[in-house]
Write a protein that binds this ligand. Structure first.
Ligand code: MGD
Ligand code: MGD
Ligand code: SF4
Ligand code: MO
Length: 720
């Protein structure tokens, strides 16, 4: 039994008779929190926050606590299965791991031979700490096609920060920024990427001023000094308007601008096109508020921008990010203590190198789906989902024969769900690795039982940019479940990649850690590792960009044929771009606000978490509800030009009456038919995935802002 600094742990063990406490690292969301896993008779009895962990200091959210119910859920898949009836019939037969992996390997080799490796698409959803192994497998196989959420989540942030300043600048909450501008993010609920709500809240308690840019009055907005409730999808215009104030009032950091940025003059010309009067008309935000926020942000240093995914799931995705980077940059906050820091990771084999991107032959990389169309994405190995569905359904530009989803539920989470359904139904061979038979898995040929984070050893936070690494330690084994890492390590041997993999996955962990001079067994005994912390490194080394400067004007985007400066585009559906459609669909629908207990489509099976939020909820302003004849709690039909779904009304005053806000990810695992109600409340039945609606450089699907109409279910006049 390890010794714990906190005596309450020892005491609890004694009083309640636990036989073991395993220190580990939660991954019920993007992960990060240190946990103590209490076991009795080999079973997890409870999970608590680890007070020693530098990421969460002992705090924990409902999902972390609820993980016990995930591990032991009776519906969990605990052995591989093969389809035993027509696709989607819900009939399955148990098979062994050897049978499953041999069958998958046989298909992979056959498709590679007959159609080229590019006909095999691997996929994952949002970061589940398995991306490095998936890319390694794909690159060594020779397929450039790994379908992720990266086109509209996090991928844009990595791509735009790398081309602007070399890496992703992280808010340095530990050193208490004095001003925080939260932009399209609800960090206290979503704890996204490199951030935890706890460290953000501590910076606020230490006195940071707060600006919130969100169409909804979130808890953060309610606490803010300035709240900018913008029209959804107009973020680039708002950011350029703030830059206009900062440039014209000379509130920028002159030394930084003079010595370290690239493209100042053309940048100022672009900013000049967005005076606050114009920006007010576009964004619905009064010009005085824009000026107030810009002044507060620029004059209270150090300051940070806490940005979220709302700005990435838009036609303006890359330019939203670049406009916010410009705000961080010209105010002198990049790599400043308490500002936006370019942290160094510990010395390890990083995700990119482990992912073996350099092993993908250039002629295969050329074939990346959509690589010609979305060139920023293509250069970062990211693809747009529609390119995959088209290649399955129309065999253009070449056929895709196999889809292999490892931790993703694309039927629920990608734009235009009905098209996704058609592609999953039509594809020649479909494999899924998951904990449950999700609506996506129900359309597979083989489903593999995946291990949860409590059932594996791993180097936690491997992919993050905050500079920490923490050991994730296996606590239990459930049935025949295997981690994605072990599964791919085994499959790799069966498709001729053996020389690049290991006898078992511990070898890979040793390989990752080797440059640090420790083995997995040694790292397992450590609390964490941290990279060297240093500020303003650019003063010595410049930025890792083609010009060595902070590129307000992107030389790479210019080379790829795009506007090198950020510009505002109207959302594809809006009162301005499609006024006739707006007459019939008179509300702006925003989708996907995060819920504390669920992670996208996950956790709706877990009683503790479902009890907190039993039904899908659509927020409607009381005036709008009255006009449409909708009362609190009514089931409401939400309709877009592409279809309709139902969610339950919650009347919410904290947004403009022209906005409606719906949840994403809803299916009903308690329903035993194989569809599990995937169409009923799935907001992506309503979203568009048309190429022309996507960000032209990044290929981000525009799922955040569309037009809709609403009516009470089973009656009412409706708004049409
Ligand atoms: N309209 C709309 N759509 C959205 C969004 C939105 O805001 N609005 N948000 C989007 C965003 S930001 C993202 S990132 C995507 C997310 O998209 P996905 O990542 O596809 O989302 P999930 O539905 O959570 O799918 C994950 C699946 O993997 C399983 N799983 C979890 N962990 C593991 C693991 O370790 N191994 C294996 N093998 N399986 C695992 C879960 O049971 C679940 O079925 O969705 C997005 N879709
Ligand atoms: N509990 C939980 N945590 C999660 C997830 C989850 O599903 N559940 N998903 C994870 C993933 S993959 C991601 S990407 C992150 C995302 O985390 P966040 O970025 O926090 O995502 P959201 O809550 O979807 O959106 C944040 C805010 O954006 C606002 N918003 C909507 N449209 C606009 C707009 O046009 N402009 C602006 N400025 N704001 C807008 C919404 O009102 C919302 O308050 O969360 C991660 N963490
Ligand atoms: S915030 Fe994320 S990592 Fe922390 S306990 Fe909750 S689910 Fe786990
Ligand atoms: Mo995401």
């Amino acid at each position: 039994m390890p010794q714990f600094k906190y005596s309450h742990v020892e005491r609890e063990v004694e009083v309640y008779g636990y036989d073991r406490v395993v220190k580990s690292h939660c991954r019920m969301c993007h992960g990060g929190c240190g946990v103590l896993v209490y076991l009795k008779d080999g079973r997890i009895e409870k999970i608590a926050g680890d007070p020693d962990c530098p990421i969460n200091h002992g705090t924990l959210c409902s999902k972390g606590i609820g993980a016990t119910q995930l591990v032991y859920h009776p519906d969990r898949l605990t052995h591989p299965v093969r389809r035993a009836g027509p696709k989607g019939s819900g009939r399955w037969e148990r098979i062994s791991w050897d049978e499953a992996l041999d069958a998958i390997a046989e298909r992979i080799l056959r498709y590679k031979e007959e159609h080229g490796a590019e006909s095999i698409v691997l996929g994952y959803g949002t970061g589940r700490d398995n991306e490095a192994v998936i890319y390694r497998f794909a690159n060594l196989l020779g397929t450039p096609n790994v379908l992720t959420a990266g086109h509209f989540c996090y991928g844009p942030r990595i791509a735009t920060t790398i081309i602007t300043c070399g890496t992703n600048p992280i808010a340095d909450y530990e050193n208490h920024p004095r001003c925080i501008m939260v932009w399209g993010n609800n960090v206290v609920i979503s704890n996204p990427d490199c951030y935890k709500g706890e460290s953000f809240s501590q910076a606020l308690d230490a006195g940071a001023r707060l600006i919130a840019v969100d169409p909804r009055l979130t808890r953060i907005a309610a606490r803010a000094d300035v709240w900018l409730p913008l029209r959804p999808g107009t973020d680039t215009a708002l950011a350029l308007g703030m830059l206009h104030v900062i440039v014209h009032e000379e509130l920028y950091d002159k030394e930084f601008v003079e010595n370290h940025v690239y493209g100042w003059e053309p940048f100022v010309e672009r900013v000049d096109e967005y005076p606050p009067e114009r920006v007010e008309k576009i964004t619905w935000v009064p010009r005085e508020k824009i000026q107030e926020a810009a002044r507060l942000f620029a004059t209270t240093r150090p300051a940070v921008v806490q940005w979220g995914v709302a700005i990435e799931q838009q036609v303006n995705c890359a330019d939203n990010n670049r406009a916010l980077l410009a705000l961080m940059g010209i105010t002198g906050n990049i790599d400043a203590k308490g500002g936006q820091v370019l942290f160094k990771p510990p010395r390890i084999v990083n995700v990119g190198r482990f992912g073996a991107h350099d092993m993908l032959p250039p002629e295969q990389a050329e074939k990346r789906l959509g690589g010609d169309r979305f060139r920023l994405a293509g250069n970062f190995a990211i693809i747009n989902p529609k390119c995959v569905w088209d290649a399955v359904l129309e065999e253009k530009p070449y056929p895709v024969k196999m889809l292999f989803f490892i931790s993703s539920n694309p039927l629920m989470t990608r734009g235009n769900a009905r098209e996704v359904y058609r592609a999953l139904e039509a594809v020649d061979f479909h494999v899924v690795a998951d904990f449950f038979l999700t609506p996506t898995a129900e359309l597979a040929d083989i489903v593999l039982p995946a291990a949860t984070w409590l059932e594996m050893d791993y180097v936690g936070d491997f992919w993050k940019r905050h500079g920490y690494l923490l050991p994730r330690r296996k606590a239990v084994q459930i049935g025949e479940c295997r981690s994605d890492h072990e599964m791919l390590n085994d499959l790799a041997h069966r498709v001729g990649q053996g020389e690049f993999w290991w006898d078992d996955f511990e070898g890979a962990l040793d390989f990752i850690l080797k440059p640090m001079g420790v083995t997995w067994k040694e790292f397992k005994e450590m609390d964490y590792a941290r990279g060297e912390v240093a500020y303003r490194k650019y003063e010595q080394n410049g930025f890792s960009t083609p010009t060595g400067r902070f590129e307000l004007y992107s030389t790479l985007l210019e080379r790829w044929g795009y506007d090198p400066l950020p510009q505002y585009r109207e959302p594809p559906e809006s009162p301005v771009s499609t006024p006739e459609l707006f007459e019939r669909y008179p509300y702006i629908l925003i989708t996907g606000r995060r819920l504390p207990g669920f992670f996208h489509t996950e956790n709706r099976q877990l009683p503790w978490l479902r009890e907190l939020h039993p039904d899908p909820v659509v927020e409607i302003h009381p005036e709008t509800a009255a006009r449409e004849g909708i009362r609190e709690g009514d089931w409401v039909v939400i309709e877009s030009p592409r279809g309709e779904v139902r969610q339950r009304a919650r009347l919410f005053e904290g947004m403009d009456p022209r906005i409606v806000s719906a949840e994403h990810g809803w299916w009903f695992p308690e329903r035993k038919d194989p569809g599990h109600g995937w169409e009923e409340s799935n907001i992506n039945v309503l979203t568009s995935n048309a190429y022309e609606d996507c960000d032209p450089a990044m290929g981000a699907t525009h799922v955040r802002t569309l037009l809709c109409r609403i009516r009470p279910e089973g009656g009412g006049g409706g708004s049409a």
